[in-house]
Design a protein around this ligand. Structure first.
Ligand code: MG
Ligand code: ZN
Length: 218
């Protein structure tokens, strides 16, 4: 048992070392970076597309898509920004070495912002630091209001929560106070943006904040 624990610690710390390399690489190019995490269907790709559309006139954006196929890569390519697939070979999360490899294939000299789409999963992506500036967790109304209680590690490590699909608030029995309270206990200072990628509600507030706090600091 002890052996297993030691081995796990070693693997994680090697990931942390690589995450530091990613951070240094991106900062040496003055690139701000975002890691979007959510369960499958939570709206990672939709949120990324909205973010790209809102910012691509002012900033040069690159994307790394952690996936096992190129379906989302193709959607993102339609915006015209450079995209690299970080093929997880079937694994259910991204690790820092995959980001390092994919980042080095992007035209880093020309980028202001790097967006990472993690694998759809609320469990292990929370345990693998990628060396990016901001960890964004997307929750969505149809998934239910109990996600912070079920996946505390994910919510604890988040810098930002996007509550997506708020157009479903009228039809789903989603208790917004219960959801918010669950987050506040774990992560009192985290900012929560209610949005709908479908209707566009709340996207302006998210983009305004992002531009003020993150991208513009470069
Ligand atoms: Mg996706
Ligand atoms: Zn995993």
């Amino acid at each position: 048992m002890a052996k297993v624990l030691t081995l796990k610690k070693k693997i994680l710390s090697r990931n942390d070392e690589t995450a530091l390399k990613v951070q240094k690489l991106l900062h040496s190019h003055n690139i701000a970076s975002l890691n979007f995490m959510a369960s499958p269907g939570g709206g990672k790709t939709s949120c990324i597309l909205k973010t790209i559309t809102a910012l691509q006139k002012q900033y040069r954006i690159g994307v790394i898509d952690g996936d096992v196929n190129t379906i989302d890569v193709e959607k993102i390519q339609e915006t015209g920004v450079p995209v690299e697939l970080a093929d997880t070979k079937g694994a259910c999360h991204l690790e820092a070495h995959l980001i390092l490899t994919a980042a080095n294939k992007l035209p880093l000299q020309t980028l202001d912002l790097l967006i990472v789409e993690n694998v759809g999963n609320l469990v292990c992506p929370a345990s693998f630091d990628l060396g990016v500036d901001l960890n964004i967790v997307i929750a969505s109304v149809p998934e239910g209001d109990d996600k912070p209680y079920k996946y505390p590690k994910m919510y604890k490590g988040a810098d930002i929560i996007l509550l997506n699909k708020i157009d479903y608030l009228e039809t789903e029995s989603f208790d917004l106070d219960y959801f918010t309270q669950g987050i506040k206990v774990l992560n009192p200072k985290v900012k929560i943006f209610p949005i709908s990628c479908k209707t566009g509600t709340g996207i302006d507030a998210w983009i305004t904040w992002l531009e003020k706090e993150v991208v513009i600091q470069n």
